[in-house]
Ligand binder design. Structure first.
Ligand code: SF4
Length: 213
């Protein structure tokens, strides 16, 4: 099924943080900040806000010279932009004070940064540090894994731990890319396009009551 998805997503629009990763040559700082900005925000908005922010401040040292208000203005209209601006500013201070101005490469250290949960930490470890032992679970991965019957869980964190048992580890680094892309284009939160879905033959569609086109 994942092999079929790998073929199907070829040519579809990549998630915003994947694009940031590509355009920054896997820069850990830009991947971290881009992921923070992306929470509950449309991809196009995340991409535009990240581009404005990194044009002014591509490094923790440069970002630390900006005020929270300046960061707010640059990232508006991402959701919770005031909170996120504070987190970005505080994250840069901690990176400079505790980590020598670089993004740390372990889950434990990443989780000490403000606003960073397992989703963000896993994505940074996968995209910036080429980890092959992490799965990044956001709402798309959580929803689709449950619809497919791979897991039966109530939260993304629960899904992450269940997926380590339910999937072959060679797919772990790419599950996020495949399912987020599929979730944005086909297996949408409401009215999934089951009639046009390349993996429909394997999918029990658990919890799906209405489909769309
Ligand atoms: S068949 Fe429907 S529910 Fe299943 S993966 Fe495809 S779009 Fe999602």
């Amino acid at each position: 099924m994942l092999r079929a998805l790998a073929r199907e997503i070829d040519g579809l629009d990549l998630p915003a943080v994947e694009k940031i990763s590509e355009s920054s040559q896997e820069d850990p700082f830009q991947i971290l900040i881009g992921t923070l900005l992306s929470a509950r925000t449309q991809d196009a908005t995340t991409a535009a806000a990240s581009a404005r922010l990194f044009a002014k401040a591509p490094t923790p040292a440069a970002m630390a010279t900006l005020t929270v208000k300046q960061i707010e203005k640059l990232i508006y209209p991402v959701s919770f932009y005031r909170h996120k601006a504070k987190h970005v500013k505080e994250t840069c201070r901690i990176l400079l004070d505790k980590f020598g101005g670089v993004v740390p490469g372990t889950m434990e250290e990443l989780l000490t940064l403000p606003g960073v949960g397992r989703k963000t930490a896993n994505l940074v470890l996968i995209l910036a540090f080429e980890s092959r032992k992490n799965i990044c679970v956001d709402t798309h991965v959580h929803r689709i894994s449950n619809r497919l019957g791979w897991v039966k869980t109530k939260s993304p964190d629960e899904t992450e731990h269940a997926l380590y048992k339910a999937t072959d580890r060679r797919w772990w680094p790419t599950i996020n890319l495949y399912l987020v892309t599929w979730g944005q284009n086909v297996c949408r939160p409401v009215y999934p396009r089951c009639g046009e879905c390349a993996i429909a033959r394997w999918c029990p569609r658990l919890g799906v009551t209405k489909t769309g086109k």
